[in-house]
Ligand binder design. Structure first.
Ligand SMILES: *Cc1c(COP(=O)(O)O)cnc(C)c1O
Length: 370
Protein backbone atom coordinates (compact mmCIF):
# COMPACT_ATOMS: atom_id res chain seq x y z
CA UNK A 1 0.00 0.00 0.00
CA UNK A 2 1.27 3.51 -0.75
CA UNK A 3 1.91 6.11 1.93
CA UNK A 4 -1.01 8.51 1.99
CA UNK A 5 0.35 12.04 1.57
CA UNK A 6 -3.15 13.45 1.84
CA UNK A 7 -5.17 15.28 4.49
CA UNK A 8 -7.14 12.18 5.47
CA UNK A 9 -7.74 9.37 5.48
CA UNK A 10 -4.07 9.10 6.25
CA UNK A 11 -1.39 6.56 6.97
CA UNK A 12 -2.05 5.05 10.39
CA UNK A 13 0.24 3.12 12.72
CA UNK A 14 0.37 -0.63 12.94
CA UNK A 15 -1.02 -0.40 16.48
CA UNK A 16 -4.07 1.53 15.30
CA UNK A 17 -4.71 -1.00 12.54
CA UNK A 18 -4.26 -3.96 14.92
CA UNK A 19 -6.73 -2.47 17.40
CA UNK A 20 -9.43 -3.14 14.82
CA UNK A 21 -8.93 -6.91 14.93
CA UNK A 22 -11.41 -7.18 17.80
CA UNK A 23 -15.19 -7.13 17.48
CA UNK A 24 -16.91 -5.14 20.20
CA UNK A 25 -20.64 -5.07 20.73
CA UNK A 26 -22.01 -1.55 20.85
CA UNK A 27 -23.58 -2.21 24.26
CA UNK A 28 -20.57 -3.93 25.85
CA UNK A 29 -19.41 -2.30 29.04
CA UNK A 30 -15.81 -2.22 27.70
CA UNK A 31 -16.94 -0.41 24.57
CA UNK A 32 -19.02 2.09 26.48
CA UNK A 33 -16.00 2.74 28.68
CA UNK A 34 -13.86 3.43 25.61
CA UNK A 35 -16.41 5.90 24.27
CA UNK A 36 -16.51 7.66 27.61
CA UNK A 37 -12.71 7.94 27.73
CA UNK A 38 -12.54 9.26 24.17
CA UNK A 39 -15.08 11.99 24.95
CA UNK A 40 -13.15 13.04 28.05
CA UNK A 41 -9.79 13.04 26.22
CA UNK A 42 -11.11 15.22 23.41
CA UNK A 43 -12.45 17.82 25.85
CA UNK A 44 -9.12 17.79 27.60
CA UNK A 45 -7.08 18.22 24.41
CA UNK A 46 -9.17 21.24 23.36
CA UNK A 47 -8.72 22.89 26.80
CA UNK A 48 -12.41 22.74 27.59
CA UNK A 49 -13.49 23.51 31.13
CA UNK A 50 -16.42 21.69 32.74
CA UNK A 51 -18.92 23.85 30.82
CA UNK A 52 -18.29 21.97 27.60
CA UNK A 53 -19.67 18.68 26.28
CA UNK A 54 -18.41 16.29 23.63
CA UNK A 55 -20.86 14.70 21.20
CA UNK A 56 -19.62 12.00 18.85
CA UNK A 57 -21.39 11.68 15.49
CA UNK A 58 -21.20 8.76 13.08
CA UNK A 59 -19.89 9.67 9.63
CA UNK A 60 -17.10 11.80 8.17
CA UNK A 61 -16.26 15.32 9.24
CA UNK A 62 -18.94 16.94 7.12
CA UNK A 63 -21.60 15.02 9.06
CA UNK A 64 -20.56 16.80 12.26
CA UNK A 65 -20.41 20.12 10.40
CA UNK A 66 -23.95 19.70 9.12
CA UNK A 67 -25.04 18.51 12.57
CA UNK A 68 -23.50 21.55 14.27
CA UNK A 69 -24.88 24.03 11.72
CA UNK A 70 -28.30 22.39 11.82
CA UNK A 71 -28.39 22.18 15.61
CA UNK A 72 -26.89 25.52 16.63
CA UNK A 73 -27.35 28.09 13.84
CA UNK A 74 -30.32 30.44 13.88
CA UNK A 75 -33.26 29.75 11.59
CA UNK A 76 -34.74 33.22 11.53
CA UNK A 77 -34.04 36.88 12.31
CA UNK A 78 -30.40 36.28 13.25
CA UNK A 79 -27.76 34.88 10.96
CA UNK A 80 -24.39 33.18 10.58
CA UNK A 81 -21.31 34.81 9.06
CA UNK A 82 -19.20 32.21 7.30
CA UNK A 83 -15.62 33.25 6.60
CA UNK A 84 -14.46 31.62 3.37
CA UNK A 85 -10.97 31.18 2.00
CA UNK A 86 -11.33 27.81 0.36
CA UNK A 87 -13.62 24.88 -0.30
CA UNK A 88 -14.45 24.07 3.32
CA UNK A 89 -15.76 27.52 4.19
CA UNK A 90 -17.81 27.42 1.01
CA UNK A 91 -19.17 24.02 1.97
CA UNK A 92 -20.39 25.33 5.35
CA UNK A 93 -22.17 28.20 3.57
CA UNK A 94 -23.70 25.73 1.11
CA UNK A 95 -25.05 23.61 3.97
CA UNK A 96 -26.65 26.63 5.67
CA UNK A 97 -28.19 27.69 2.35
CA UNK A 98 -29.54 24.21 1.79
CA UNK A 99 -31.04 24.19 5.29
CA UNK A 100 -32.64 27.56 4.64
CA UNK A 101 -30.70 29.15 7.51
CA UNK A 102 -29.75 32.83 7.13
CA UNK A 103 -26.10 33.13 6.10
CA UNK A 104 -23.68 35.79 4.84
CA UNK A 105 -20.14 35.13 3.70
CA UNK A 106 -16.88 37.01 3.88
CA UNK A 107 -14.99 35.73 0.86
CA UNK A 108 -11.20 35.98 0.83
CA UNK A 109 -10.56 33.98 -2.33
CA UNK A 110 -8.46 30.87 -1.85
CA UNK A 111 -5.01 31.91 -0.67
CA UNK A 112 -5.49 34.78 1.75
CA UNK A 113 -6.36 34.76 5.44
CA UNK A 114 -9.10 37.00 6.86
CA UNK A 115 -7.90 39.64 9.32
CA UNK A 116 -9.62 40.29 12.65
CA UNK A 117 -10.40 43.85 11.45
CA UNK A 118 -12.24 42.59 8.39
CA UNK A 119 -14.39 40.36 10.55
CA UNK A 120 -15.12 43.14 13.02
CA UNK A 121 -16.17 45.38 10.09
CA UNK A 122 -18.47 42.68 8.73
CA UNK A 123 -20.06 42.31 12.16
CA UNK A 124 -20.47 46.06 12.55
CA UNK A 125 -22.08 46.31 9.13
CA UNK A 126 -24.77 43.78 10.00
CA UNK A 127 -26.09 43.71 13.55
CA UNK A 128 -28.23 40.65 12.85
CA UNK A 129 -25.16 38.40 12.71
CA UNK A 130 -25.28 36.19 15.79
CA UNK A 131 -22.99 33.30 14.78
CA UNK A 132 -19.51 33.16 13.27
CA UNK A 133 -18.16 30.12 11.40
CA UNK A 134 -14.38 29.92 10.98
CA UNK A 135 -12.13 27.27 9.45
CA UNK A 136 -8.92 26.81 11.44
CA UNK A 137 -6.69 25.22 8.79
CA UNK A 138 -8.34 25.66 5.38
CA UNK A 139 -7.21 22.38 3.87
CA UNK A 140 -7.83 23.64 0.33
CA UNK A 141 -4.48 25.45 0.43
CA UNK A 142 -3.21 24.56 3.92
CA UNK A 143 -3.47 28.16 5.12
CA UNK A 144 -3.93 28.60 8.88
CA UNK A 145 -6.48 31.24 9.82
CA UNK A 146 -5.81 33.41 12.89
CA UNK A 147 -8.72 32.17 14.99
CA UNK A 148 -7.20 33.21 18.30
CA UNK A 149 -6.73 36.82 17.15
CA UNK A 150 -10.21 36.82 15.60
CA UNK A 151 -11.90 35.54 18.74
CA UNK A 152 -10.01 38.16 20.76
CA UNK A 153 -11.11 40.95 18.41
CA UNK A 154 -14.80 40.01 18.75
CA UNK A 155 -14.71 39.50 22.50
CA UNK A 156 -17.62 41.00 24.40
CA UNK A 157 -20.08 40.63 21.54
CA UNK A 158 -23.15 38.43 21.73
CA UNK A 159 -21.66 36.08 19.17
CA UNK A 160 -21.46 32.31 19.02
CA UNK A 161 -18.04 31.35 17.65
CA UNK A 162 -17.88 28.05 15.78
CA UNK A 163 -14.67 26.53 14.41
CA UNK A 164 -14.06 23.82 11.85
CA UNK A 165 -10.79 22.46 13.25
CA UNK A 166 -11.06 19.27 11.22
CA UNK A 167 -7.57 19.21 9.78
CA UNK A 168 -5.78 21.09 12.59
CA UNK A 169 -7.01 19.53 15.83
CA UNK A 170 -4.21 17.56 17.46
CA UNK A 171 -1.47 19.41 15.55
CA UNK A 172 -2.26 23.10 16.03
CA UNK A 173 -3.22 24.09 19.57
CA UNK A 174 -6.72 25.32 20.31
CA UNK A 175 -7.83 26.62 23.71
CA UNK A 176 -11.61 26.63 23.63
CA UNK A 177 -12.18 28.06 27.11
CA UNK A 178 -9.31 30.53 26.90
CA UNK A 179 -10.16 31.80 23.43
CA UNK A 180 -13.90 31.81 24.05
CA UNK A 181 -14.73 29.36 21.31
CA UNK A 182 -18.24 27.97 21.70
CA UNK A 183 -18.25 25.11 19.21
CA UNK A 184 -15.50 23.07 17.55
CA UNK A 185 -15.81 20.26 15.05
CA UNK A 186 -13.23 17.64 14.05
CA UNK A 187 -13.03 14.01 12.94
CA UNK A 188 -11.36 10.68 13.61
CA UNK A 189 -9.09 10.47 10.59
CA UNK A 190 -6.99 13.61 10.68
CA UNK A 191 -4.26 14.69 13.09
CA UNK A 192 -5.14 12.26 15.88
CA UNK A 193 -4.30 9.63 13.25
CA UNK A 194 -7.32 7.36 13.65
CA UNK A 195 -9.28 5.73 10.84
CA UNK A 196 -12.36 7.27 9.18
CA UNK A 197 -15.77 6.59 10.67
CA UNK A 198 -16.84 9.33 13.02
CA UNK A 199 -16.63 13.01 13.81
CA UNK A 200 -17.16 14.99 16.98
CA UNK A 201 -18.51 18.29 18.21
CA UNK A 202 -17.26 20.04 21.34
CA UNK A 203 -19.80 22.57 22.53
CA UNK A 204 -20.60 24.80 25.46
CA UNK A 205 -23.34 23.22 27.52
CA UNK A 206 -25.87 26.11 27.39
CA UNK A 207 -25.71 26.11 23.58
CA UNK A 208 -26.35 22.39 23.55
CA UNK A 209 -29.25 22.79 26.02
CA UNK A 210 -30.84 25.48 23.87
CA UNK A 211 -30.56 23.37 20.74
CA UNK A 212 -33.23 20.90 21.80
CA UNK A 213 -35.65 20.37 18.94
CA UNK A 214 -33.72 22.74 16.61
CA UNK A 215 -32.12 20.29 14.23
CA UNK A 216 -33.62 19.73 10.80
CA UNK A 217 -32.50 16.08 10.88
CA UNK A 218 -33.10 13.13 13.19
CA UNK A 219 -29.73 11.44 12.68
CA UNK A 220 -27.75 14.69 12.91
CA UNK A 221 -29.56 16.00 15.98
CA UNK A 222 -26.72 16.69 18.41
CA UNK A 223 -28.98 17.31 21.38
CA UNK A 224 -30.66 13.94 20.99
CA UNK A 225 -27.35 12.21 20.29
CA UNK A 226 -25.85 13.70 23.43
CA UNK A 227 -28.89 13.00 25.63
CA UNK A 228 -28.80 9.30 24.80
CA UNK A 229 -25.00 9.08 25.09
CA UNK A 230 -25.18 10.67 28.52
CA UNK A 231 -28.08 8.60 29.78
CA UNK A 232 -27.01 5.19 28.48
CA UNK A 233 -23.40 5.51 27.36
CA UNK A 234 -24.65 4.18 24.03
CA UNK A 235 -25.28 5.56 20.57
CA UNK A 236 -28.78 5.94 19.19
CA UNK A 237 -27.79 4.13 15.99
CA UNK A 238 -25.01 1.62 15.23
CA UNK A 239 -21.65 3.23 16.06
CA UNK A 240 -18.46 2.55 14.05
CA UNK A 241 -17.10 0.28 16.81
CA UNK A 242 -13.81 -0.53 15.10
CA UNK A 243 -13.09 3.11 14.30
CA UNK A 244 -13.76 4.08 17.92
CA UNK A 245 -11.52 1.35 19.34
CA UNK A 246 -8.79 2.35 16.86
CA UNK A 247 -9.20 5.98 17.90
CA UNK A 248 -8.71 5.09 21.55
CA UNK A 249 -5.43 3.43 20.53
CA UNK A 250 -4.51 6.47 18.41
CA UNK A 251 -5.08 8.73 21.44
CA UNK A 252 -2.77 6.53 23.54
CA UNK A 253 -0.06 6.75 20.90
CA UNK A 254 -0.65 10.48 20.57
CA UNK A 255 -0.02 10.93 24.30
CA UNK A 256 3.06 8.71 24.17
CA UNK A 257 4.50 10.77 21.31
CA UNK A 258 4.21 13.89 23.47
CA UNK A 259 0.79 15.31 22.61
CA UNK A 260 0.09 18.32 20.45
CA UNK A 261 3.58 19.87 20.77
CA UNK A 262 5.38 16.73 19.58
CA UNK A 263 2.94 16.10 16.77
CA UNK A 264 3.12 19.71 15.62
CA UNK A 265 6.92 19.49 15.57
CA UNK A 266 6.95 16.25 13.55
CA UNK A 267 4.47 17.60 10.98
CA UNK A 268 6.38 20.87 10.72
CA UNK A 269 9.61 18.95 10.03
CA UNK A 270 7.77 16.97 7.35
CA UNK A 271 6.51 20.19 5.80
CA UNK A 272 9.91 21.93 5.94
CA UNK A 273 11.74 18.99 4.36
CA UNK A 274 9.10 18.68 1.65
CA UNK A 275 8.98 22.37 0.73
CA UNK A 276 12.78 22.68 0.68
CA UNK A 277 13.10 19.60 -1.54
CA UNK A 278 10.39 20.75 -3.95
CA UNK A 279 11.95 24.20 -4.25
CA UNK A 280 15.27 22.54 -5.07
CA UNK A 281 13.46 20.95 -8.01
CA UNK A 282 12.15 24.37 -9.07
CA UNK A 283 8.61 23.77 -7.84
CA UNK A 284 7.23 26.68 -5.82
CA UNK A 285 4.56 26.91 -3.13
CA UNK A 286 1.27 28.81 -3.46
CA UNK A 287 1.64 30.26 0.05
CA UNK A 288 4.54 31.94 1.78
CA UNK A 289 6.15 30.00 4.63
CA UNK A 290 4.49 32.07 7.35
CA UNK A 291 1.00 31.50 5.91
CA UNK A 292 1.33 27.76 5.29
CA UNK A 293 0.61 25.47 8.20
CA UNK A 294 2.16 22.05 8.80
CA UNK A 295 -0.86 20.10 7.50
CA UNK A 296 -0.75 20.22 3.72
CA UNK A 297 1.45 22.03 1.20
CA UNK A 298 0.15 23.47 -2.07
CA UNK A 299 2.52 23.59 -5.04
CA UNK A 300 2.11 25.55 -8.25
CA UNK A 301 1.81 23.30 -11.26
CA UNK A 302 4.97 23.38 -13.41
CA UNK A 303 4.14 24.92 -16.79
CA UNK A 304 6.47 22.58 -18.67
CA UNK A 305 4.30 21.02 -21.43
CA UNK A 306 5.64 17.61 -20.45
CA UNK A 307 4.11 17.91 -16.97
CA UNK A 308 0.75 16.15 -16.92
CA UNK A 309 -0.66 15.96 -13.42
CA UNK A 310 -2.54 12.68 -13.96
CA UNK A 311 0.62 10.95 -15.16
CA UNK A 312 2.64 12.49 -12.33
CA UNK A 313 0.07 11.34 -9.77
CA UNK A 314 -0.15 7.80 -11.14
CA UNK A 315 3.61 7.27 -11.50
CA UNK A 316 4.15 8.55 -7.99
CA UNK A 317 1.45 6.28 -6.63
CA UNK A 318 3.11 3.31 -8.30
CA UNK A 319 6.30 4.26 -6.46
CA UNK A 320 4.39 4.15 -3.18
CA UNK A 321 3.20 7.71 -2.54
CA UNK A 322 -0.40 8.82 -2.97
CA UNK A 323 -0.58 12.62 -3.09
CA UNK A 324 -3.77 14.67 -3.12
CA UNK A 325 -5.31 14.79 -6.57
CA UNK A 326 -7.48 17.60 -7.69
CA UNK A 327 -8.12 21.15 -8.50
CA UNK A 328 -9.27 23.55 -5.84
CA UNK A 329 -7.21 26.74 -5.92
CA UNK A 330 -7.75 29.15 -8.82
CA UNK A 331 -4.07 29.08 -9.78
CA UNK A 332 -3.32 25.58 -11.12
CA UNK A 333 -1.79 23.67 -8.22
CA UNK A 334 -1.49 20.31 -6.53
CA UNK A 335 -1.14 19.39 -2.90
CA UNK A 336 0.91 17.07 -0.75
CA UNK A 337 -0.17 16.25 2.79
CA UNK A 338 2.38 16.11 5.59
CA UNK A 339 0.24 14.51 8.33
CA UNK A 340 -0.24 10.89 9.40
CA UNK A 341 2.24 8.24 10.53
CA UNK A 342 5.08 9.73 8.48
CA UNK A 343 8.37 11.26 9.39
CA UNK A 344 11.00 13.16 7.47
CA UNK A 345 12.56 9.91 6.19
CA UNK A 346 9.32 9.10 4.39
CA UNK A 347 9.24 12.62 2.99
CA UNK A 348 12.86 12.41 1.82
CA UNK A 349 12.10 9.13 0.05
CA UNK A 350 9.00 10.69 -1.49
CA UNK A 351 11.19 13.53 -2.81
CA UNK A 352 13.53 11.01 -4.42
CA UNK A 353 10.49 9.39 -6.07
CA UNK A 354 9.20 12.79 -7.27
CA UNK A 355 12.58 13.60 -8.82
CA UNK A 356 12.58 10.25 -10.63
CA UNK A 357 9.03 10.74 -11.91
CA UNK A 358 9.81 14.23 -13.21
CA UNK A 359 12.86 12.86 -14.99
CA UNK A 360 10.75 10.03 -16.46
CA UNK A 361 8.28 12.60 -17.75
CA UNK A 362 11.09 14.70 -19.23
CA UNK A 363 10.15 17.70 -17.17
CA UNK A 364 13.02 20.19 -17.18
CA UNK A 365 14.82 20.80 -13.88
CA UNK A 366 14.09 24.52 -14.03
CA UNK A 367 10.73 25.34 -15.54
CA UNK A 368 8.39 28.29 -15.69
CA UNK A 369 5.43 28.10 -13.33
CA UNK A 370 1.81 28.40 -14.27
C1 LIG B 1 -11.36 17.01 6.03
C2 LIG B 1 -12.05 18.29 6.27
C3 LIG B 1 -13.44 18.35 6.45
C4 LIG B 1 -14.36 17.16 6.42
O1 LIG B 1 -14.30 16.42 5.29
P1 LIG B 1 -14.91 14.95 5.24
O2 LIG B 1 -14.53 14.51 3.86
O3 LIG B 1 -16.36 15.04 5.43
O4 LIG B 1 -14.26 14.16 6.32
C5 LIG B 1 -14.00 19.58 6.78
N1 LIG B 1 -13.25 20.67 6.90
C6 LIG B 1 -11.91 20.66 6.74
C7 LIG B 1 -11.14 21.92 6.94
C8 LIG B 1 -11.27 19.46 6.42
O5 LIG B 1 -9.94 19.43 6.26
Amino acid sequence: MPYLLTPGPLTTSRGVKLAMLADYGSRDIEFRQIVKQIRASLLDLAHCNSNYECVIMQGSGTFAIEAALGSFCPSKRYKTLVVCNGAYGERAAKILNRLGRPVVTLDKGDSEAPTPDEIVSALNADRTISHLWLVHCETTSGIVNPIQAISKAVQGRALTIMVDAMSSFGAIPIDMSGWNIDVMVSSSNKCIEGVPGFSYVLVRRPILDESEGQCHSVVLDLHEQWTVLERTGQFRFTPPTHALVAFQKALEEFAREGGIAARAARYQRNADVLVRGMREMGIQTLLSDDEAGPIIQTFLMPRDPNFQFDTFYEKLRQKGYAIYPGKLTKRPSFRIGTIGQLDETVIRNALVAIREVLRDMNVADRHPLA
